[in-house]
Design a binder for this molecule. Structure first.
Ligand SMILES: *[C@@H]1O[C@H](CO)[C@@H](O)[C@H](O)[C@H]1NC(C)=O
Ligand SMILES: *[C@@H]1O[C@H](CO)[C@@H](O)[C@H](O)[C@H]1NC(C)=O
Ligand SMILES: *[C@@H]1O[C@H](CO)[C@@H](O)[C@H](O)[C@H]1NC(C)=O
Ligand SMILES: *[C@@H]1O[C@H](CO)[C@@H](O)[C@H](O)[C@H]1NC(C)=O
Ligand SMILES: *[C@@H]1O[C@H](CO)[C@@H](O)[C@H](O)[C@H]1NC(C)=O
Ligand SMILES: *[C@@H]1O[C@H](CO)[C@@H](O)[C@H](O)[C@H]1NC(C)=O
Length: 288
């Protein structure tokens, strides 16, 4: 017994055992225990871990008529096949717990599974959800400027993921903000069109603003796309590095910032009150 418990425990600590969110479609009926639908569902779920690990995405169906089950699984674009397979394995077990709706989605940090009684392949429907983990994120000190820089990054990633075929609908990137970096990730399921990927991410970024504006991190998950940002590097992929464009007259302003920084350094060393008074005045002027 013990030998069965230990590997399960290790598996779950490696792959982040808790789902981010589980969504039961309320307008679908509930399947009953030992039904044909349940059998077909279990068959599809059994296929998902190994088949999804090959490319990080897999979709298939099993059964006939009203009992046919459509299944789809996606791994985050930067994970190895082994991590992908372990994550889908856990998700495929967990999705059988709780509600027995004939359509359901479960999201983990590194993978997601969707099954349904209807064929949803290639069809973009936005179903944005906020994981509770967002509420644990601290606030940033300069939310309005932070949000401008964040959205500049996310908009670039949205274009890259949607319209650069080599990226396979997955993009990560970082951008300097104050003394640290903001790290972003966007991903769409590869079955949807480029323009649908773009609009899915646009909806998700609207929700990201609603849930997480001013926070140090946030995630929005949906059926066909996910977006996330943090102040630490939470992914393993080679990351594009972006610079927020300085507004018109950037050179002059950069000069002023350097001057102000020098003055404030002087303040620190000699605490000269006249020089210190210059700091807020010049700072305000450069912000216009
Ligand atoms: C999916 O998995 C099943 C069961 O492991 C296997 O029989 C089937 O060949 C796989 N299909 C693909 C496309 O890999
Ligand atoms: C990222 O890479 C590290 C080191 O190779 C590995 O331990 C970790 O599991 C990876 N994480 C993900 C999410 O792939
Ligand atoms: C399905 O089951 C859930 C409980 O898991 C219940 O709340 C819901 O009303 C049921 N739906 C239908 C259509 O019976
Ligand atoms: C489901 O829909 C997709 C996209 O329209 C299609 O390619 C696929 O053949 C359909 N699957 C089934 C089993 O009808
Ligand atoms: C973060 O900001 C939100 C709204 O802007 C506020 O309700 C919350 O109390 C703040 N949290 C902390 C820890 O300051
Ligand atoms: C995103 O930013 C990178 C790095 O600055 C740049 O090379 C790329 O062209 C940008 N992509 C888009 C679609 O703007």
């Amino acid at each position: 017994m013990l030998s069965m418990i230990i590997p399960l425990f290790m598996l779950s600590t490696l792959t982040n055992a808790n789902p981010l969110f589980t969504y039961c479609f309320n307008d679908a009926i509930n399947y009953t225990a030992n039904s044909q639908f349940e059998d077909n569902l279990q068959q599809i779920l059994q296929w998902l871990p190994s088949n999804t690990s090959v490319t990080g995405f897999y979709t298939n169906s099993f059964g006939d008529g009203a009992d046919r089950v459509y299944g789809e699984a996606l791994c985050r674009g930067d994970v190895t096949p082994t991590i992908c397979q372990n994550c889908i394995k856990i998700a495929s077990q967990e999705i059988l717990n709780g509600c027995r709706s004939e359509e359901k989605i479960i999201w983990y940090e590194l993978c997601q599974i969707h099954y349904s009684f209807q064929n949803f392949s290639s069809l973009m429907v936005y179903t944005g959800k906020y994981p509770d983990s967002n509420n644990l994120e601290k606030n940033v000190s300069n939310p309005s400027h932070f949000n401008e820089v964040l959205m500049y990054l996310m908009d670039n990633l949205s274009s890259e993921a949607s319209f650069t075929p080599s990226k396979r609908k997955f993009a990560v990137g970082e951008i300097k903000f104050s003394k640290s970096n903001i790290y972003g990730l966007v991903q769409c399921t590869p079955d949807i069109k480029e323009s649908d990927c773009r609009s899915c991410i646009t909806f998700a970024l609207g929700d990201l603003k609603a849930c997480c504006q001013g926070r140090q991190g946030g995630i929005v998950v949906s059926r066909n796309c996910n977006v996330r940002f943090e102040l630490y590097r939470f992914y393993n992929a080679t990351s594009m590095s972006l610079t927020y464009p300085s507004p018109a007259g950037g050179k002059w302003k950069t000069g002023m910032v350097v001057a102000v920084t020098c003055i404030s350094a002087l303040c620190n060393s000699c605490t000269h009150s006249v020089l210190c008074c210059l700091y807020p005045v010049e700072e305000r002027r450069t912000r216009r």
